[in-house]
Design a protein around this ligand. Structure first.
Ligand SMILES: CC(C)(COP(=O)([O-])OP(=O)([O-])OC[C@H]1O[C@@H](n2cnc3c(N)ncnc32)[C@H](O)[C@@H]1OP(=O)([O-])[O-])[C@@H](O)C(=O)NCCC(=O)NCCSC(=O)C[C@@](C)(O)CC(=O)[O-]
Length: 324
């Protein structure tokens, strides 16, 4: 009991608002992508029961958006082949959105068959990644997305858009911000309500992020953007802070730092949700997420995967539960 109290004390410490910090957000919505972006990259196939329990536990943490699965080809990503079972079986809390990732109309039709209400479509800012990830060019990918979006709109679905490789690509190297700005505009014109800017291989720095965001904000407002940072180079949290300074109030993350893209070799997971919540608590930014509960879910999935958590905050706070 004393150890729980000590951990509560530590988590409260993260909530002290140091007023001199420059980030301007007062509320941030976290989009939890662990069940999709996280588990798609695991070498083991996680049993459906575990995925369902994972998502149900995440639903009890205060998160408002949890990306549940993807309806991509099982030949390409076998880890997500139980998409219909996962989506059908999770407890869908009415106040929580459970978007699913969709590559084409075939995927959308499967998602509709199990009652999906929100989808996420994904484009690439680099030709090399478009080819490796979706077997088509950027333009062909955008046409596929348009077909998906047109049908999804007829069915009154909410549609989120992703752009991968916003600053760098494992195949093509540096990506021009103007390319990302153009694709952002296109996806918004199609009907996406929000574009999540993905630093797929985590190479972004404060300066490259600033360059990128200045460009993208010539075509839209911060209210239409989200930031999606992988932590390969340990820059994810500072890149999120840069996005907050530009007025962006939605950040994607993955509990326990799970994740990566099977078609971006060497890229590690997303910024850990625990680390992001700790950062935002410290900024006095409200997320509505209970850090203690999140830590328990991070431990649950790490144990299921038989690997240690990649979240520094989880490691630091969870060990205080263990007998010394
Ligand atoms: C786009 C395709 C389908 C093209 O794949 P393809 O091989 O060019 O397409 P195809 O139409 O020839 O289909 C091949 C087979 O897959 C089937 N198929 C086709 N579509 C579907 C579907 N929806 N659901 C189930 N099955 C499907 C299709 O029926 C066929 O089966 P067969 O006739 O050979 O038996 C493939 O390349 C694909 O699925 N790619 C997805 C790869 C992926 O999931 N990557 C990870 C997600 S993106 C990401 O992680 C980045 C992000 C979003 O997090 C942001 C960031 O960090 O950057």
């Amino acid at each position: 009991m004393a150890l729980y109290k000590y951990r509560n004390f530590l988590t409260r410490l993260s909530s002290i608002n140091y007023k001199n910090y420059s980030a301007t957000a007062t509320d941030v919505r976290i989009v939890e992508v662990g069940p999709r972006d996280g588990l798609q990259n695991e070498t083991v196939i996680v049993p459906t029961d575990v995925k369902v329990e994972f998502i149900n536990r995440l639903s009890e943490t205060g998160l408002k958006t949890i990306e549940a699965t993807s309806f991509v080809s099982a030949k390409w990503v076998p880890q997500m082949s139980d998409n219909t079972q996962v989506y059908s079986r999770i407890n869908k809390v009415p106040s929580i959105s459970y978007p699913v990732l969709i590559p084409n109309v075939k995927g959308l039709e499967s998602a509709l068959s199990v009652g999906a209400k929100e989808i996420a479509v994904f484009a690439s800012a680099s030709e090399g990644f478009a080819r490796k990830n979706t077997n088509c060019t950027i333009e062909e990918g955008l046409q596929r997305i348009k077909d998906v979006v047109d049908l999804a709109k007829k069915r009154d679905l909410k549609i989120r858009g992703y752009i991968s490789c916003i600053v760098g690509c494992p195949y093509d190297g540096y990506i021009k911000p103007s390319v990302v700005a153009k694709i952002t505009e296109t996806l918004l014109d199609f009907g996406c309500y929000e574009i999540s800017l993905g630093d797929t291989i985590g190479v972004g720095t404060i300066n490259t992020m600033k360059d990128l965001l200045k460009n993208v904000l010539t075509v839209t407002s911060p209210a239409k953007l989200a930031i999606h940072c992988h932590d390969t180079y340990g820059q994810a949290l500072v890149n999120v802070c840069t996005a907050l300074d530009f007025g962006i109030k939605v950040a994607d993350s993955s509990v326990s730092g799970l994740g990566g893209c099977p078609y971006a070799k060497g890229a590690t997971g997303n910024v850990a949700t625990e680390d992001l919540v700790y950062l935002l608590n410290g900024l006095g930014v409200n997320t509505g997420v209970d850090l203690n509960r999140l830590i328990e879910v991070g431990q649950f999935i790490s144990e299921a995967l038989k690997k240690p958590t990649s979240s520094k905050v989880n490691k630091a706070l969870y060990k205080n539960l263990k007998p010394v």
